[in-house]
Each structure stands twice: as structure tokens, then as C-alpha cells.
Design a protein around this ligand. Sequence first.
Ligand SMILES: *Cc1c(COP(=O)(O)O)cnc(C)c1O
Length: 367
Amino acid sequence: MIELVDLKRQYALIRTELHEAMERVMSSAGFILGEEVEKFEEEFACFCGVKHAVGVATGTDALLLSLKALGIGEGDEVITVPFTFVATALAIHHAGARPVFVDVDAETRNMDVAQIESAITPRTRAIMPVHLYGVPADMEPILKIAEKYGLAVIEDACQAHGALYRGKRCGGIGTLGCFSFYPSKNLGAYGDGGIVLTDDDELAGKIKMLRVYGAERRDYCIYRGYNSRLDALQASILRVKLRYLEEWNRKRREAVQRYNCLLRELPLKTPSEPNDTYCVYHLYVVETERREELREKLKQRDIATAVHYPCPIHSQKSFRDLGYHEGDFPVSERLSRTVLSLPMFPELTESEIEHICSIIRKTIQET
Ligand SMILES: *Cc1c(COP(=O)(O)O)cnc(C)c1O
């Protein structure tokens, strides 16, 4: 059996270190914020080359609190993509603002920067690009447009821990950068977690208050905030795993090279790395017109696959009231019908990749 993401293999490799870290937290009884969270925040900020990091409960909350800290809400619009995980748009909605979509680029599967300006209205306050699958979005033109129109840029870096765009870490390029530590992410906790990065002292301070009920100091609140903190036990686990992140990302990249090489010449589109970026391949996603057939054949051989994502956000029932229609975002719609995620995690072996690719090759060539 080959899983899409096998977290058990990774656990076996770092078990002792994790137990020591958790023991430290449990024996000190410091479960909420405190030293462990502060240390992880410092270490992650340093890793990303950013001044501040604020740990929160989830990636979705990282996006929500970022919007709130910018004062974005009722009557405002935020430009993002329909081809992403639904949480990107949910955060905008729950802040009280309206998600406005622009289609993605067929090659990078990230925000098509040529379409941004025509989506800007007097209500637009921010642009929220997503570094989908660990491939950096084209940030330079996004920052240029943001500057021209006085907009904030909030990076959804929930799939891009450690990725680089022109030498800078994803999540450390815009006004704010948001990460999820959901277990299967490139840097994943053993439960939920998230973090916001920013160089702005004032925004960092505000998010620190928003995560503890809006309190400036205990029992004195200046905002109507939330309870959204990164758990100290999770922070202790993340501190251990952060030390391995670069090595694990390198292994993901090696797996991608192997896949790409074994699948070339098949009528199936494999991912490519945009110029001057370092992709960290949260997922390995190919495009094929024969997706369901391939999924079935792989399933019969005990190989897990998935589809990220089968329904673009503008087509979700939950966002029907935004008023979009089928045909509004043709690239996103086509991708939602053709993308296929194959197993991808750092411990995936060469022979497993060979096995997966030989089944794909046979399926495609036999019929
Ligand atoms: C995982 C993810 C999120 C949400 O993170 P949670 O921690 O699950 O709330 C948001 N955006 C993208 C692109 C993601 O992959």
C-alpha cells in the first residue's frame, strides 16, 4: 500500500526527539503560548527572513486574523483565485469581505497576474495570492499592482513552507504571509496550527492581541478578538520538525525529478518550475484527460491518489451567492477536471515511484 502522504514513516525517524520535546512541555505544564511558542515563532521568522511571526490556531485563522489586522471587513473586496483550497475564500468571507476571483495561469496554476487590474474596484483592499502545491506565485507583478493601487498583499503560503521566489521565502514577501501546520503540510504539526509572518510591528502587535480575545493585557480588551493560539505542544513538535524542513523539501524535489523523468513522453502534463523559484512540491500534481481511469487502476494496485481540487470555489454551493457562473474561470474549471495528485512525501522511495509510474505507463499505453 502506498499512501498519498505517509506520516508514519516520518514519525518513526524522529520519534525520540519528538517525545523529548513533548515531555519538556508536559512536565513544565506550560500549555498555552509561553516559551515554547515564542521560541518557535522566533525560529520560523528567522528561517523565513521576516521580523515577526505570530502563532495562531490554524492556517484559516492566520488568513482571517491578517485581514482583521488590516481592518478589512464589511464592504471590502479581496482579490484571490477560485482554484485553491476553500479556506482561502472562507477567511475572506468570515472577515466580512467579498472574495473577487481572477483565473489562474494554465502553466503555473497560480494567479494570472495579467487579470488582476481589471478585477480592481474602489472597494478592493487586498490581493491574496496562493502558492499552490508549493509553487511560488508570481509575486513581483502582484506587488507592483498592489503598490500602484494602495492594496495590501496577503500571501496564502499554506502549501509553501520553505519555497523561494527570487531568493526570498514565500510568506515573507507580501504585507503578511500565512501558513498552516495541518499535519500533512510540508511543515506539519500533530494537530492543527498556523502562523502569520510580517515585517510590520503594528500589524504583528495587533494579531498578537486578536489571537487572545483582543486583549491588550489580561482582562483589558481593545479589539473584539478571537481565541486562536498556536498550542505549546504543537510548537514543541514544530521546533523539532523545522530542523528537517530543508532536507525534506530537497527529498520532495528529488521525487518530483524522478516522477517527471519517468512520466515524460506520456500524454500527461507534469509540473515545471517557474524561473528563479525554488518549489517545495507540497503535492505532485499531473494533468490528464483520463483521470478517473488512472485513479481506478492505481487504486486496484493499492496506490492512493487524490484530486486537489475537483470543484473550484466559484462553483461551490456555499459560494453560489457570489453570483459567478460556469465558464467564468475556464482555466480553473479545466484544471478541476484534469488534475491528479500522486503520492508525495519525503520518504517516498525511488522504487515506489518507479512502481507507480509503470502502472500509469501501462494503463495509458494499453488502451
Ligand atoms: C491547508 C490550507 C489552508 C487552511 O489551513 P488550515 O490549517 O487547514 O486551516 C488554507 N489555504 C491553503 C491553500 C491550504 O492548503
